[in-house]
Design a protein around this ligand. Structure first.
Ligand code: SAH
Ligand code: SF4
Ligand code: F3S
Length: 452
């Protein structure tokens, strides 16, 4: 067995797990291949959050049948959230799968992957920590899960079932992981958790996310920018927002899903927050960090959502004017309270109409807000090059395209915004001769850099 391929679906936490398993396989001497059909080992990391997400994974697993059956030495594993939701279903439908590996516990996942390797590889002593060589290079934006699982009980959501109860990763381990990624070439790190503001609450004394941000920012040389996702709006505190304001490396960006603009629906969703309290959270963020950008997730067509409830959602979008938003149609999930109690009564056509109206309004507002950025300057962390253009994100998470040499990949480049598109910006790189001295600006501090 020489080559492997990992196909990742779902959220950034899955990406983070895939990256750790990738590093383990590389350190065992395997080579990664872009083309799964050339691989000896294929790992599919799956998502269960909506039916569509599952269907994508199922369709890929189906495609691998002929490949797996053509050679008995090949191995195929299904990992992640479908593996936790329905292992028996996978076994029945795809009997050629060699292993089904739920995504609750990363160490257990690594062990299960090693168990399907041929003996000569699997018997290598268990790797503790991260070997200094042969682990490949890290992505420009590195993902680090700092809290696994979710203790909330949103009635629509399968995550607590497939990921289990919350377990925070000790701060020293987080720092080690971030440092390793930065040594491997990552410039920006996303700290991840389904409910990341619960980080460290289980310890006495607690060591909260704001403490972790300060620790990582001060202890990892070479790190250029730090972000965290996802924040439940009910848990946003003044202390956290002030930490984001005061720690220069932390990007002034908050992803705070509101899901619905109706108190009745929020109650049914078990979100433990009212629309008014959501507005207060937004106000706290904006009054503390005027340049902060705020994005969100919204569900339309939740059971019992009337036209009036939906108008409440439209109103939140109008009032908050998000910098970005993901809109979803409600999808009933196994093992969730909402499905059990209410099924899926909103007709598909109504869901689609609401979806289109909301999506279009969100898109227009994001475009208007993007247009307001034209003429401002900021720093883009260049993630890659495509079609002759570099691309990357500003501190406020806006995707930005501009011309420049590929050597800039992985660097923070000062730019001036030239034009706006629906979901991204076009910019030009500023030369060293501009009037603003970027070397004096603290890296990643959007407030200082936006000074046109
Ligand atoms: N932990 C994050 C979100 C996890 S899932 C949070 O608390 O916000 C990402 C998004 O998917 C959710 O915010 C929600 O908007 C959407 N989602 C989750 N379950 C869904 C379902 N059953 N149907 C439709 N959308 C769903
Ligand atoms: Fe799901 Fe709610 Fe937990 Fe987010 S906070 S993962 S929506 S249960
Ligand atoms: Fe999907 Fe699992 Fe993430 S259900 S959203 S991959 S935690």
């Amino acid at each position: 067995m020489q080559t492997f391929h990992i196909r990742t679906f779902g959220c950034q936490m899955n990406e983070a797990d895939s990256q750790e398993i990738r590093e383990m396989l590389l350190s065992l001497g395997l080579t990664e291949t872009e083309n799964w059909e050339n691989a000896d080992l294929v790992l599919v990391n799956t998502c269960s959050v909506r039916k569509k997400a599952e269907e994508k994974a199922f369709s890929f697993i189906g495609e691998t049948r002929a490949w797996r059956e053509a050679d008995s030495g090949r191995r195929l594993a299904v990992m992640g959230c479908i593996a936790a939701r329905d292992p028996d279903g996978i076994r029945r439908r795809f009997e050629f799968v060699d292993a089904i590996i739920p995504g609750k516990d990363l160490d257990a996942m690594k062990k299960s992957v090693r168990d399907i390797l041929p003996e000569d590889l699997a018997l290598l002593p268990h790797l503790s920590g991260y070997p200094a060589s042969n682990h490949g290079s890290s992505p420009v934006v590195g993902m680090v899960s700092v809290i696994r699982g979710c203790n909330n009980a949103c009635s629509f959501c399968i995550v607590p079932y497939v990921r289990g109860r919350e377990v925070s990763v000790p701060p020293e381990k987080v720092v080690d992981r971030v440092a390793r990624l930065v040594e491997g070439g990552s410039a920006e790190i996303y700290l991840l958790g389904q409910s990341i503001l619960d980080y460290g609450k289980e310890w006495t004394p607690p060591f909260l996310l704001e403490d972790l941000l300060a620790k990582v920012a001060s202890e990892v040389p070479g790190l250029r920018r730090l972000r965290f996702i996802t924040s439940h709006p009910k848990d946003v505190t003044r202390r956290l927002v002030e930490a984001v304001r005061d720690i220069p490396l932390v990007a002034p960006y908050f992803h705070i899903p509101f899901q619905s603009g109706s108190d009745k629906i929020l109650e049914r969703m078990r979100r433990d927050i009212t629309v008014q309290q959501y507005y207060e959270t937004v106000d706290l963020i904006r009054s503390t960090i005027p340049s902060a950008s705020i994005s969100t997730d919204i569900i339309v067509g939740f059971p019992g959502e009337t036209d009036e409830d939906f108008e409440g959602t439209m109103e939140v979008v109008e009032r908050v004017r998000f910098d970005g938003a993901f809109v979803f149609k409600y999808s009933p999930r196994e093992h969730t309270l909402a499905r059990l109690k209410w099924g899926d009564p909103v007709p598909p056509t109504v869901k689609s109409q609401r979806f289109i109206r909301l999506y279009n309004r969100v898109k227009d507002i994001v475009f208007e807000k993007n247009r307001e950025k034209v003429g401002t300057i900021g720093e883009v962390l260049v993630e890659g090059a495509r079609d002759g253009m570099l691309y990357g994100r500003l501190a406020d998470y806006r995707m930005t395209h501009f011309r420049g040499p590929p050597e800039w990949i992985g660097q923070l480049i000062p730019v001036r915004i030239e034009s706006a598109q629906n979901w991204s910006l076009r910019a030009v790189a500023l030369s060293e001769h501009t009037s603003i001295n970027f070397s004096e600006a603290r890296p990643g501090n959007h407030q200082e850099v936006i000074a046109s």
